[in-house]
Design a protein around this ligand. Structure first.
Ligand SMILES: [Zn+2]
Length: 73
C-alpha cells in the first residue's frame, strides 16, 4: 500500500502510527478496537489502524535490530 507518509522520517512515522493506534483504543491502556475512530473505520476493521500497527511493528523491529548491532562499551 502506498501512503502519503512514505516520505516522512521513521520516528515521525512511528509517532503518527502510535497516535492512530491510541485513537482506536476502546479503553485507555487496552488493545481494543473502537469503530468510527477515524474516516477509514469500518465495523470489521480499519485500514488506517492496520497501517499504524504494521508501521509500529516495523519501527520497533528496526530499533531492536539497531540496538542489537550497537556494541555496548
Ligand atoms: Zn479507523
Amino acid at each position: 500500500m502506498t501512503s502519503m507518509y512514505d516520505e516522512a522520517n521513521p520516528s515521525m512515522l512511528a509517532a503518527i502510527a502510535n497516535q492512530t493506534v491510541e485513537r482506536h483504543r476502546q479503553t485507555p491502556g487496552e488493545n481494543g478496537y473502537a469503530p468510527g475512530a477515524c474516516a477509514q473505520c469500518t465495523p470489521t476493521g480499519c485500514t488506517e489502524l492496520d497501517w499504524a500497527r504494521r508501521t509500529l511493528d516495523a519501527y520497533r523491529a528496526d530499533r531492536a535490530a539497531q540496538l542489537a548491532a550497537t556494541p555496548s562499551w
